[in-house]
Write a protein that binds this ligand. Structure first.
Ligand code: MSP
Length: 502
């Protein structure tokens, strides 16, 4: 079996309920997964939930349930949400899975034995929400957490350290030799200057946190939640068959996900993450892999953040956008497409109902939807049955093939907005062709010429139906059904127009 195209989302914290920000990372990866499958690649799409740590312990306590009950509940909500948003993941990992915990323990003990982890003590400022220490240079004025802008907590504890400092030069060498590793480029500089400014060893165990993976050789310690979480990418893909003494559960899982060995997956092709967790994935994780002697992922890509109507999304502001509610109201596909047409992937963006409705009407109802209805209506009158192959080798066919190449290039840069822009632009050209050629008038004088134009439109629409599949899988198959060879039926609009928005 050859190597799979292995791509991952971050695993989501179960300390609060999922929202559009979480959905964004997962939908992005789903779009890529679907596109690469269309291209014939053997895709393996991994997602999951991050279930250990003090925050989760606290959330569970606040609800009066055990951490396990709490994580079971929220993890299930994630899976339900992925179902409703039509996410085609291949595997879902939970960090409370035994097979994962066993790998985390094996990694910890291996690194301890080889001297990459050592015992020491730590005093510093800690953010309980980030589950991370910050040093002076990183804090905001007044000693605040740079992410949560809240006071940090002074912590003193005995802890195990991972020798991150040892990997400073190897990391810099790796970045220099693999210029596509850190993406997009404009986010790479921040990482380079962070590493160049000097890496300090990382505290990777806690004595105060009970809800975590125990250090086997020192059970008073649980393993730092980020150290635990990052390992999901290899524990879910069979590294246990190499690292663990008892391989049974790992072999069983590998068989279940259709792989013979860990090398069928590793190294990952893309880790897709949000910008705030880029550093964990481009510094700590690669250093852990170097310590383990495993190859590094090919690419870590960091996307931007969504605000809502200009404000940060937060429970206290009550402006959290629930993607499932939105999808129930307007359809899953328009929501998926909107998120990736509105903002260049990588940059920050702002969600507003006005822009959602405007784009729905302009990109979907008035452009693609209208093109499909008017073409099929005219074709029903002037062609009759649709042929298997339409207008092969025509100008439109050639133009479509050029667009297809352009789109492929954009996918390789994860420029989803440009992919959609190209598709919508092509649909716009077809609408213009209808307006210019006026097949309904042409039919009065030259029926054959009118039929030829209509067949070109059908040809173009069949391309569009294929191209939109990664973004709008349900709409795509409905479009394909309507455009299939044979009799043309009467159909309701694909995208009913939303009320006009100012
Ligand atoms: N558990 C860690 C990841 C561990 S991976 C080994 C975590 N989880 S998270 O639930 O907080 O966030 C997961 C993803 O959701 C991140 O990629 C993050 O960027 C994304 N988003 C959460 N809120 C977001 C927005 N408002 N906008 C865009 N994406 C955001 O971090």
């Amino acid at each position: 079996m050859s190597k799979k195209f292995f791509i991952t989302t971050p695993i989501y914290y179960v300390n609060s309920v999922p929202h559009i920000g979480h959905a964004y990372t997962t939908i992005a990866l789903d779009i890529l997964a679907r596109y690469k499958r269309q291209q014939g690649l053997d895709v393996h799409f991994l997602t999951g939930t991050d279930e250990h740590g003090a925050n989760i312990e606290k959330s569970a306590a606040a609800k009066g349930v055990t951490p396990q009950e709490w994580t079971d509940q929220i993890s299930a909500q994630y899976r339900q949400m992925w179902k409703e948003l039509n996410i085609s993941y291949d595997d879902f990992i939970r960090t409370t899975d035994k097979k994962h915990e066993h790998v985390v323990q094996a990694v910890f003990e291996k690194l301890l034995k080889q001297g990459d982890i050592y015992k020491g003590s730590y005093s510093g400022k800690y953010c309980l929400s980030c589950e991370q220490y910050y040093d002076e240079s990183e804090m905001l004025e007044g000693g605040l957490c740079p992410v949560h802008k809240r006071p940090l907590t002074e912590v003193h504890e005995e802890t195990y350290f991972f020798k991150l400092s040892k990997y400073e030069q190897p990391l810099l060498k790796f970045y220099a030799e693999n210029p596509d590793f850190l993406s997009p480029k404009y986010r790479a500089n921040e990482i380079l200057s962070f590493v160049k400014s000097g890496l300090r060893d990382l505290s990777v165990s806690r004595t105060k946190v009970k809800w975590g993976v125990q250090v086997p050789s020192d059970p008073a310690h649980t393993i730092y939640v980020w150290f635990d979480a990052l390992i999901n990418y290899i524990s879910a893909t069979g590294v246990g068959t190499i690292l663990c003494a008892d391989k049974t559960e790992h072999e069983a899982h590998s068989a279940k996900i259709g792989a013979k060995s860990f090398e069928d997956f590793w190294p990952a092709d893309i880790h897709l993450v949000g910008k705030e967790i880029f550093r964990f994935h481009s510094v700590i994780w690669p250093a852990m892999l170097m310590a383990l002697g495993l190859p590094l992922p090919k690419k870590v890509f960091a996307h931007g953040w969504w605000t809502v109507e200009g404000e940060k999304m937060s429970k206290s502001l009550g402006n959290v956008v629930n993607p499932v509610e939105l999808a129930q109201k307007y359809g899953v596909d328009p929501v998926r497409a909107f998120l990736f047409r509105e903002v260049p992937f990588g940059q920050d963006g702002d969600f507003s109902m006005t822009s959602f409705k405007n784009r729905y009407n302009s990109d979907l109802a008035n452009n693609i939807g209208n093109l499909l209805s008017r073409t099929l209506n005219m074709a029903a009158k002037n062609i009759g049955d649709l042929p298997e192959v339409a207008a092969a080798g025509s100008e439109i066919d050639k133009q479509a093939q050029t667009v297809e190449k352009t789109i492929d290039g954009y996918y390789n840069e994860l420029a989803f907005d440009k992919v959609l822009e190209s598709i919508y632009g092509f649909a716009g050209d077809l609408n213009k062709l209808v307006n210019d050629k006026k097949p309904w008038e042409l039919a009065k004088t030259d029926k054959a010429a009118a039929a030829e134009v209509l067949l070109q439109l059908i040809c173009g629409l069949r391309y569009i139906a294929e191209w939109i599949e990664p973004f709008m899988p349900t709409v795509s198959s409905e479009m394909k059904r309507r455009l299939a060879a044979g009799k043309i039926e009467k159909y309701a609009p694909l995208f009913p127009r939303l009320e006009e928005v100012k």
